[in-house]
Design a protein around this ligand. Sequence first.
Ligand SMILES: [Zn+2]
Length: 159
Amino acid sequence: MSVTSGTPRDSRAAIAFVFGLVGGIFICLGNLLFFPTGGYYGGPFGTTGFLLSVASGALVILAAAMAFWRPAQGLPWGVTEVVFGSLSVLTYGGFLVGLALAVAGGAIAIVVGATAPTPHAPLETARACLGCGRLFSREFAFCPHCGRAVPPEPGRGGA
Ligand SMILES: [Zn+2]
């Protein structure tokens, strides 16, 4: 059985999600591991830095999930990942591994978002009338502008 029914996902979106997820976890863990050792509570910014880095890690994970869920919104969510992933350098940056993964994941999400097909692209839902040349929805059997009958499109189902 195929689990991937419905709209096929861009495999790059999955990679970006994994990068962001792991990166966010590293950013959080980077502090959690240092937290009990004392002296390094959140790096140079103390408890505030600790909370900020955990929040950054959580936001990176959230942005990665959102970019995966809505690939077309990869740009804003990808930028969120890059920004908060970069901010984590102020604390530990998830041993820099988290930072690198978050930035890479965000960059991929941005690329995916820029190339993702929009659900209602005009070129895919509209066609030009052979009579008057104006655009109208594919749903019409007759041109709504001049009334010319629309010939069936080749390769689009049909009985
Ligand atoms: Zn027409």
